[in-house]
Design a protein around this ligand. Structure first.
Ligand code: AMP
Length: 211
């Protein structure tokens, strides 16, 4: 079986776009903790309302809650997954190993990119919730303004993709991720890709790793 893949990259580093290619072309299942949390928010449950407050601020939701959501949504003994947006800190990296992966083979792919260039990228990001397509108004605009090329649905500018929240999210990311990277590196489980490359070149790098 191919390794389980853990994608690590700052918001806007392109990991969501690569995740889609890995699913479509390499047959992986995609599990994004951000998507699972947004689904919970959409239910408008008490829990969803509390999660929304945290997400809108750009801070992290509690480790326990995110782990519970993950456990309920993936079975690594049956399928290969891409973990997108998880782990975000060292506690989560250890939780993933002990509570989910066990001894199953896995690799972490780190999308290296300069944080300063990301803020503009992310503020210009637009997403299509149903088809999962991701656009960028500057570098990958939709053919028709505001509409998804694939599904025709309206594109959404995520509420937490505004500049203030993005800056908080970047800080939260850099403050927490360094120990995670060291954790995987010390175990020989880390692969770095240059996320400033074009999409196809990055995907080629990932394919080499998976095979
Ligand atoms: P994302 O879609 O991955 O950029 O996540 C959006 C927001 O969801 C983050 O800013 C956090 O508030 C929350 N979130 C996503 N994944 C996690 C995680 N692994 N741990 C804690 N909070 C998370």
């Amino acid at each position: 079986m191919s390794p389980q893949l853990i994608l690590i990259g700052a918001p806007g580093s392109g990991k969501g776009t690569q995740a889609k290619k890995i699913v479509n072309e390499l047959g992986y299942n995609h599990v994004s903790t951000g998507d699972l949390l947004r689904a919970e928010v959409a239910k408008e449950s008490d829990l969803g309302v509390r999660i929304k407050e945290v997400m809108d601020s750009g801070e992290l939701v509690s480790d326990e809650l995110v782990l519970d959501l993950l456990k309920a949504n993936c079975a690594v003994d049956k399928s290969t997954y891409i973990f997108d947006g998880y782990p975000r800190n060292l506690v989560q990296a250890k939780d993933l190993d002990s509570a989910l992966l066990g001894g199953v083979k896995s690799l972490a792919i780190y999308f290296e990119v300069n944080i300063d260039t990301l803020v503009e990228r992310i503020v210009n990001r637009r997403v299509a919730p149903k088809s999962g397509e991701i656009y960028n108004l500057k570098t990958k605009p939709p053919k028709v303004d505001g509409k998804c090329d694939v599904s025709g649905e309206d594109l959404v500018h995520r509420k937490d993709d505004n500049e203030d929240t993005v800056r908080t999210r970047m800080k939260v990311f850099t403050d927490n991720i360094e120990p995670v990277i060291e954790y995987y590196e010390s175990q020989g489980r880390l692969v770095k890709v240059d996320a400033t490359n074009n999409l196809d070149a990055i995907f080629e790098d990932i394919k080499k790793v998976v095979k």
